[in-house]
Design a protein around this ligand. Structure first.
Ligand SMILES: NC(=O)c1ccc[n+]([C@@H]2O[C@H](COP(=O)([O-])OP(=O)(O)OC[C@H]3O[C@@H](n4cnc5c(N)ncnc54)[C@H](OP(=O)(O)O)[C@@H]3O)[C@@H](O)[C@H]2O)c1
Length: 325
């Protein structure tokens, strides 16, 4: 089979598709024929060796995929060959086949295309968990989303609207702001402009943002926190800017505001019931088509390094997806 193989960390251009052995079905696993895989921010860091953990070389990147069950090991229930699925793994999704435990798979609802399925799980799970379980976002509240046109940002735009919030989409370019408005944001905000906090104040009639969803970090986070409403919640999602900000404790005191961390990787272990509820809600919305996940750009398998390039040059709108097979 064909798989993306990262042989060194020196250059995205060198990421190659190679012929490798089709993975053997082992005890307790399901083999999936992958139809589409997503490339996210963390994948972009991993292939450059910039992520907090380095994968032993060579490795196949890609953590989210959609495909069809190919074969099921004896004794594994819930899946049969031909079942359309969505999956999430640590690595290995940018390949024609993958073997995974059934716990990493979900049945893909009827009518959900592979590209949509591959764009779905991590970003929408993060957004709904963050906004509902952590941020307790209420209908009618104002939600400020930083990096609103990125993968995890645009998911929050859609989920925020589904939860009844007034959504302000902050992004660096007019194209990105219009992209977010196109997916339901009520207003755009150019956070690269001096005086953007004044504009936010006007947009909220002086109230500030009840919830701030922050996948960007850096100085921007500190500025945003200064514009939080009384009893506001600032959700720490990530640090796409590359800088982890340090907030002085007097600010939460003066603002009556809270800083809340969100880590998708730990929800299953720490809050299994909440995770189950969040996933059930997402799959209900997905099946009903109440939620149609944003597919940013679809690349052919041979163009995979272009998907990585988009993730590492701040140019991606939504989630980058690679079609396989
Ligand atoms: N906590 C969790 O469980 C969780 C889950 C998923 C993702 N994340 C994290 O969330 C962050 C964003 O992920 P993503 O997939 O949404 O990435 P993305 O699609 O690349 O979006 C990130 C956004 O951040 C903004 N940004 C500002 N400075 C940037 C810089 N120097 N380089 C790149 N982007 C910059 C960009 O918007 P503008 O150009 O508009 O500024 C960009 O659209 C990452 O740190 C990721 O690890 C965390």
């Amino acid at each position: 089979m064909k798989a993306v193989l990262v042989g060194n960390f020196d250059c995205i251009e060198n990421i190659a598709i190679k012929d490798v052995a089709k993975p053997e079905l082992s005890v307790g696993t399901v083999r999936v024929r992958i139809q589409a895989a997503a490339v996210g921010f963390v994948d972009g860091l991993k292939v450059q060796g910039l992520y907090q953990t380095k994968d032993p070389l060579p490795f196949t990147p890609g953590s989210e995929f959609a495909g069809v069950v190919d074969e099921v090991a004896a004794g594994v229930n819930g899946f049969v060959p031909g079942t359309p699925v969505i999956g999430m793994v640590t690595n290995g999704a940018l390949a024609e086949y993958i073997c995974v435990p059934p716990g990493d798979l979900f049945v893909r609802p009827t009518g959900i295309e592979p590209e949509v399925g591959a764009s779905f799980f991590a970003n929408y799970h993060t957004a709904l968990y963050a906004l509902s379980a952590r941020g307790k976002l209420q209908s009618g509240e104002t939600l400020l989303i930083l990096g609103a046109a990125g993968g995890v940002g645009i998911a929050a735009v859609q989920i925020g609207k589904l939860l009844g919030a007034r959504v302000i989409a902050a992004a660096s370019t007019e194209e990105k702001r219009q992209f977010a408005i196109g997916y339901g944001a009520d207003a755009g905000l150019d956070y690269t402009r001096d005086g953007w906090r004044e504009e936010l104040k006007e947009l909220t009639d002086g109230h500030g943002a009840d919830v701030i969803y922050d996948p960007v970090g850096g100085d921007l986070s500190l500025q945003a926190f200064r514009s939080i409403a009384w009893n506001g919640r600032h959700l720490v999602i990530g640090f796409a800017s590359g800088t982890i900000p340090a907030l002085r404790f007097n600010l939460p005191l003066l603002k009556g505001g809270a800083l809340l961390g969100v880590d998708l990787a730990q929800i299953g272990r720490r809050e299994p019931d909440v995770r189950e509820r969040v996933i059930a809600q997402l799959f209900t919305w997905l099946s009903e088509k109440t939620l149609v996940p944003v597919v940013g750009k679809v690349f052919a398998f041979e163009e995979v390094h272009e998907a990585f390039e988009a993730m590492t040059t701040r140019s991606a709108l939504g989630k980058m997806v690679v079609r396989i097979g």
